[in-house]
Design a protein around this ligand. Structure first.
Ligand code: HEM
Length: 418
């Protein structure tokens, strides 16, 4: 029997579940590393130091003094070399070159971390049909991220002295998209039947002695699932608005909080005409929107924290919401400090990193609230008047343990479906 709090449980051999989860964990770590290195690359104004895109031979840096001189000469032709880096020397150039080179090496490694295990799992037939589309998307999107990265860099090589804020935000957005798919699937592949999956704070909560072998994954009530989806969408929008703040160098103006130029809405807010042009091209408006979104997101997260302690959700959801509230609060403080100090490299990079961490926390909370898990042993125990009935897939090895749990009477009348 299926009720609204039933989990959506899917079967997957334990060995494959663990292997896929390890792969996704490695991929998530790789994306975080790429985000951190990408952030530092941008904040040190290093991103335009390599003026060509050679996906394979570009792995090798210049090897001779002549090759360095040639790379330096190419760099000097771009507008940024006459503005931001107008006094740069060869040793300064080498420094920014190495950052961008490292960024590109990390990006290539992320591609390999996604692609090689993916191909191996596919050849072995270990990716279940329902996961095939999204796991195929991962290496493809990572490849697309490389192309988008180069498209972004190109926008800073002629006419402009920095890259387009639109392209920078698209690059950030795609990184978040890749991360979201990996984090969501990783969370779905968590081990099922953990006691922490049980709903707490529910009047009809089954007693612990009865549920130890049958701990189900309970779905949170619809209001909670929607609230967490809304939280995730709000955070994602806040992060993307941060991309525009970074792209428009809007962290270098109005280095004050909470007011901007002594006003709530900054002077010059609508100087570019239509609101949507201001939102994406006017640094004052971009910073204002980012602040408002961030404050609303933080308040929302804190309300969720306050409510979750008494909500009929599983302990796993509770933990995830508490973590989310903590990370978002830290992120707000980091954002204000970053702004007040006019974006020092270390703080700017940390602020970006923690922003991505906050989105990860929101995704995990939302996924857990949905109650979908994968696993081999998934008895769905419905403890009604008729005793225990097991309607889901159960591994053969689990049958003796299950039989012990149910009364002799029900043991005779109920057959697990294998
Ligand atoms: C929930 C809270 C927040 C989130 C999730 C968030 C997220 C982000 C992200 C993702 C970026 C883009 C970084 C990049 O692409 O390099 C960013 C940039 C920025 N944010 Fe926030 N932010 C939050 C709160 C705040 C607050 C409250 C302030 C200040 C009042 C702030 C100020 C800034 C500034 C100045 C930048 C530009 C930094 C740079 O140039 O690298 N943020 N934010």
């Amino acid at each position: 029997m299926s009720t609204s709090s039933d989990p959506a449980v899917r079967a997957l051999p334990e060995r494959d579940r663990v292997a896929l989860r390890r792969w996704l964990f490695a991929s998530i770590v790789a994306v975080f590393l790429a985000v951190a290195v990408g952030g530092i690359t941008r904040l040190t104004e290093s991103g335009l130091s390599i003026t060509e895109w050679k996906p394979v031979s570009g792995v090798l840096p210049p090897m001779t003094e002549a090759a360095w001189a040639e790379a330096f000469a190419e760099f000097k032709k771009i507008p940024q070399a006459q503005t931001t880096h107008k006094d740069i020397t060869m040793s300064g150039f080498k420094l920014i070159f190495w950052w961008e080179w490292f960024h590109r090496i990390v990006a290539r490694s992320v591609g390999l971390v996604f692609a090689i295990p993916y191909l191996w799992f596919m050849v072995q037939g270990r990716i279940p049909r329902q996961l095939r589309l999204r796991l195929t998307l991962l290496p493809l999107l990572t490849l697309g991220q490389g192309v988008l990265g180069w498209y972004m860099v190109q926008s800073g090589l002629v006419e402009r002295s920095s890259v387009s804020a639109y392209r920078l935000t698209a690059h950030l957005g795609l990184a978040l998209g890749i991360l979201a798919v990996a984090v969501w699937t990783y969370s779905e592949l968590r081990p099922a039947r953990s006691r922490a999956d049980r709903v707490v704070n529910r009047d009809d909560s089954p007693d612990a002695s009865r549920d130890s072998a049958f701990a189900e994954t309970d779905r949170a009530p619809a209001a909670w699932r929607w609230a967490l989806r809304g939280m995730t969408a709000l955070l994602a929008t806040t992060l993307l608005s941060g991309g525009f703040v970074a792209g428009l160098r809007a962290g270098k103006i109005f280095n004050e909080f909470p007011l901007m130029g002594g006003q709530i809405v900054p002077p010059g807010y609508s100087q570019l005409g239509a609101w949507y042009v201001n939102a994406f091209e006017n640094p004052a408006a971009a910073q204002f929107h980012h602040r408002v979104l961030a404050i609303v997101a933080t308040l929302f997260a804190l309300v969720l924290v306050w409510r979750v302690l008494r909500a009929p959700v599983s302990a796993l959801v509770q933990q995830a919401v508490l973590r989310l509230g903590a990370v978002v609060s830290v992120q707000l403080l980091l954002g204000v400090t970053t702004l007040l100090l006019a974006v020092p490299v270390a703080l700017g990079a940390l602020h970006q990193f923690t922003g991505v961490l906050a989105l990860t926390a929101a995704l995990v909370a939302t996924q857990r609230a949905g109650g979908v898990v994968w696993g081999e042993v998934q008895p769905r125990a419905s403890l009604g008047d008729q005793g225990v009935s097991l309607g889901a897939r159960v591994s053969r090895n689990a049958i003796p343990a299950i039989a012990k749990q149910i009364t002799p009477h029900t043991a005779n009348t109920t057959r697990p479906t294998v």
